[in-house]
Design a protein around this ligand. Structure first.
Ligand code: ASP
Length: 325
């Protein structure tokens, strides 16, 4: 049997519903411990409680600490794979940050739950055991960081939470899951083509994420960019267009030597330099704005944070964001 390192960080998967008030909050004892015996049918597990936080409290610094903790555990006692339990609200961000840092063959699987442990039909125990099975599967080796929820396996790069409460919330638009979990096996019909890697030792930069909307005012935008920051991710409209009022302040940001990465606020698809009208993508590209390869805004923000932390120059930044994966 393979050896799996289990690390708990909190989230609904470790919470309980108060039957009188209906509110959900962290439980003193992690309810996942009750499922370790079943999980042990699939792997030898060693369990660590690293954090006990709701995931809106998680920061990039926690993500770095979590990665260091994994590395330290692996150095002390090597395992064949890692399973992390995490709140679902920022699960995709932790997954993606770990994917940017992780450069080894062993899989890291992240899971969570939409229903707390004592609600009707909790999804946490099933997701937890499915994650152990996935991390223990030899087929998962070399797949990077994977998200296991609801019998599906997603890459950290493409997965996103698409529904606020439905258990089928995690999807990978437009590509779909990379693998499936059945009663009999763990199936990977395809593999990620390429993964980014940034050997970050310290995250010291500040990257802003700003979403565009119809009629966005120049003064509101200027308010955001009046602070000190090192990079900007802009969630543009459609294929990558912005309201014209933003053009002048965007140019000023570029003139300050601050890179701007463009993503789309659309649910699916990539940005392209299609339109040449004022504020259109073609004009933005000519200004020197970097177009991303289909990442969501929060993930492009983490990637820019990681890329700036390893001091990628302008040319390499452009290359790493514009390559299609
Ligand atoms: N708000 C919770 C969290 O992210 C939601 C969840 O875990 O599903 O911690």
């Amino acid at each position: 049997m393979n050896n799996i390192l289990v690390i708990h960080t909190g989230g609904t998967i470790s919470m309980k519903e108060n039957k009188t008030t209906g509110d959900v909050s962290p439980d003193t004892k992690n309810p996942l411990h009750e499922w370790e015996e079943i999980a042990a049918e699939f792997a030898n597990i060693s369990v660590h409680s690293f954090l006990h936080l709701p995931s809106p409290h998680i920061t990039p610094a926690h993500m770095m600490d979590l990665f260091r903790f994994i590395e330290q555990c692996m150095a002390d006692k090597p395992a064949d794979g890692v399973v992390i339990s995490h709140g679902t609200d920022t699960l995709e961000e932790t997954a993606y940050m770990l994917d940017l840092l992780h450069h080894d063959e062993y899989p890291i699987v992240i899971t969570g739950a939409m229903r707390s442990s004592n609600e009707i039909s909790p999804d946490g125990p099933h997701n937890f055991v499915s994650s152990i099975r996935t991390a223990a599967s030899d087929n998962a080796r070399g797949m990077g960081v994977l998200v296991v929820m609801n019998d599906e396996i997603h890459t950290a790069e493409h997965v996103t939470k698409t529904h606020s409460s439905n258990i089928a919330t995690f999807q990978s638009p437009p590509y779909g899951p990379v693998g499936l979990i059945t009663k009999r096996g763990i199936l990977f019909p395809r593999k990620p083509v390429k993964r980014d890697h940034f050997p970050v030792s310290k995250l010291s930069k500040k990257v802003l994420l700003i979403k565009c909307y119809a009629g966005m005012e120049e003064d509101s935008f200027r308010h955001f960019i009046s602070q000190r920051f090192d990079g900007l991710v802009l969630e543009a409209l459609g294929q990558g267009n912005v309201p014209p009022a933003l053009l002048m302040p965007l140019k000023e940001v570029l003139d300050r030597g601050i890179p701007i990465v463009l993503v789309s606020r659309s649910f699916s698809g990539i940005v392209q330099d299609t339109y040449s009208y004022e504020g259109g993508g073609r004009r933005l590209k000519e200004m020197g704005i970097i177009f991303s390869n289909g990442l969501t805004g929060p993930k492009a923000r983490l990637k820019l944070l990681a890329a700036l932390s390893v001091n990628l120059d302008k040319y390499k930044l452009q290359h790493t964001f514009e390559q299609l994966q």
